[in-house]
Design a protein around this ligand. Sequence first.
Ligand code: NAD
Ligand code: WQD
Length: 339
Amino acid sequence: MKKNILITGGAGFIGSHTYIALVAAGYVPIILDNFCNSNPIVLERLERISHLQLKFIKGDIRDSKLLGKIFLDYNISSVIHFAGLKSVGESVEKPLEYYDNNIIGTLNLLMAMRSANIQTLVFSSSATVYGNPVSAPISENFARCATNPYGRSKLIIENILEDVYQSEPGWNIACLRYFNPVGAHRSGLIGEDPLGIPNNLMPYIAQVAIGRRDHLNVFGGDYPTHDGTGVRDFIHVMDLAEGHVAALEYLYSKRGMLTVNLGTGHGVSVLQMIQAFEQASGMKVSYKIVNRRPGDVAECWADTTLAEQKMGWVARRSLQEICEDAWRWQSNNPNGFNS
Ligand code: NAD
Ligand code: WQD
């Protein structure tokens, strides 16, 4: 029988793409989202891509009663937990909101899962838990450290999950540490749609290319990297989505606790990304090199050996595919979901 999977935050960027990967793998995903950082139009788009009627509940992960009802009504087998706030800068301004949404929300989810006897969970962690890593590639046994409230919320949740796994028999938990998710589903129907001025590189580049912004500020041209700009591990969001399917399958077959990096294992600099995007889109991306952004590290990319060994998963899509898919999404939807 097909398994029902609850995806918290499933209307968001990564959750919506994971919805498609889950359907393709034969699961029945059910989305719970309060739309605090997403647009309801995504639900229609997911139906168009999957040709299936979508199961959706509008609500908040901090609502225990609602969670209990969902677990009862839908015979949920496991949970993929994306719901959370994710902006580093905003977390410095509003730490309480971040701890409330991310930590209290996760505690509430875990308690509701325990009451319903559901013990399989995939959690969205982040490379941010490595703080300022001493070198790259970064493997899972590197020291963890938080440099801002957002990162601290992820680190605390990882610790909570480790404690729960140790103390209560029967839990199966995957902590997936994402590097830099980018790109979009190849249909061009869903993609990243940040509210306001994008914080992240890829949506900013795409908005310059479509003419919504004048130019990109490149934060720092004097890093000790091959061209002086920051280097990151940009992973296609559909590769990342498929990583969640691989993690679920690992938990169902091998059981236990798994903490793995999800990245490509390769670093790409900001200037290389601009060039690749110009090539894929045929558009000019004007930029100016400005001061470094406080808190940024020079280089950050993943050692992906463990994910391959444990789950048989590797990122397959190229930088060119990332840029082509991001451009298809941006050019078909110049103003995002509200185009
Ligand atoms: P997103 O903001 O697009 O998606 C998160 C979704 O959760 C949104 O639809 C939002 O409305 C919903 N949500 C937030 N709080 C909620 C709550 N209390 N109850 C119900 N729904 C709620 O973000 P994303 O990029 O898809 O990220 C998903 C997860 O992955 C987050 O936990 C994020 O911290 C983590 N992550 C993201 C990145 C990245 O670069 N995008 C990198 C590492 C980790
Ligand atoms: C990438 C590179 C910037 C914007 C963030 C979070 C991290 C994780 C992923 C959630 C850097 C440069 C960027 C711009 C630029 N999220 N840049 N001009 O900082 O690696 O990671 O998202 O967990 O926690 O910190 O991603 O896309 O912001 O930056 O030059 O307008 O692009 O300096 O070198 P980052 P990013």
